[in-house]
Design a protein around this ligand. Structure first.
Ligand code: CA
Ligand code: CA
Length: 290
């Protein structure tokens, strides 16, 4: 049975058909494209605005956003590669570079002063233990410097905030730390901190010194711990997050990873609930996240 009769199209009909198809594809392509630049005075449709917001939301939700080179991607967060150093400056250009995560050590040394190097130096220079009024101090992730310590949780959180960052949560710290060597070459058996960026003391995602060097404040607070039972057979790392004091006059803020003096009890599981957020010690620093 014959359903169709043979019929040749004219050249004009073919050109017309192809033109329609081409125009159709062009319209569809424009409809699904996302313009990223707009001209002065141009009327922007709600559709174009919504498309841009949707693209941004998709990028954030899928983690497809770029971390600055001073940080690494870890799950949905960017986390500092290095233990923080805290610098005071009022230089707007330098502050912009710090916030962008692109500042160099030479630029910092020329235009800022590092604190958290001796007991009380932050408070004496305008960043009190409470964090109140601590506006000119910035947390920086950079290799080759003494990590700042002698810093309360409040001062650390303020310095992170000033750099458009925050303290990582306990969970964020944990997953960023996984894979770091448990001991050498990490700094776990010395008389003081080494410079940030210890060769080989690196995690699966590319962060340095999450084992040893300085303990690191994380965001989480808990009731002050009362015991130190360890991890049992799971790990030789320090575990002093047990019990809940009803008499200590304040909560504890968690610290992670152990310090330069912790030997085998340093490690990616080391956790301690024995420090008030208002405490500051030579062996507790932090890193920031975004
Ligand atoms: Ca550390
Ligand atoms: Ca260990």
């Amino acid at each position: 049975m014959k359903y169709f009769s043979k019929k040749r199209f004219t050249t004009r009909q073919v050109i017309g058909l192809l033109t329609i198809v081409f125009l159709g594809i062009t319209v569809i392509a424009y409809a699904v494209s996302i313009p990223n630049t707009f001209g002065t005075g141009q009327t922007i449709s709600s559709g174009a605005v919504n498309q841009n917001f949707q693209a941004l939301a998709d990028a954030i939700n899928t983690g497809d956003v770029t971390c600055p080179t001073s940080m690494v991607r870890s799950g949905s967060a960017c986390i500092d590669k290095y233990e923080a150093s805290v610098w005071k400056t009022t230089n707007a250009a330098l502050i912009a570079k710090i916030k962008a995560g692109t500042v160099t050590l030479a630029e910092l040394q020329a235009g800022a002063t590092q604190y958290g190097l001796t007991g009380g130096d932050l408070a004496a220079n305008g960043c009190p233990d409470t964090g109140n009024g601590c506006k000119d101090f910035y947390a920086v992730s950079i290799a080759g410097v003494t990590p700042s310590a002698y810093i309360t949780w409040f001062q650390a959180a303020a310095a992170a905030r000033n750099s458009n960052k925050r303290l990582p949560t306990n969970q964020e710290w944990q997953v960023a730390a996984l894979g770091t060597p448990d001991g050498a070459p990490c700094v776990v058996s010395t008389g003081g901190p080494g410079n940030t960026g210890t060769a080989g003391c690196v995690s699966d995602v590319g962060t340095y010194d999450m084992v040893g060097n300085v303990w690191e404040w994380v965001a989480d607070w808990v009731p002050f711990s009362t015991a130190c039972p360890g991890w049992g057979g799971f790990s030789d790392d320090n575990m002093c997050l047990s019990g809940a004091s009803t008499t200590n006059t304040g909560p504890a803020a968690l610290v992670r990873g152990g310090s330069w003096a912790y030997g085998t009890t340093a490690g990616v599981f080391a956790v301690n609930g024995y420090n008030y957020p208002s405490d500051s010690y030579s062996y507790i620093g932090f890193r920031a996240a975004r």
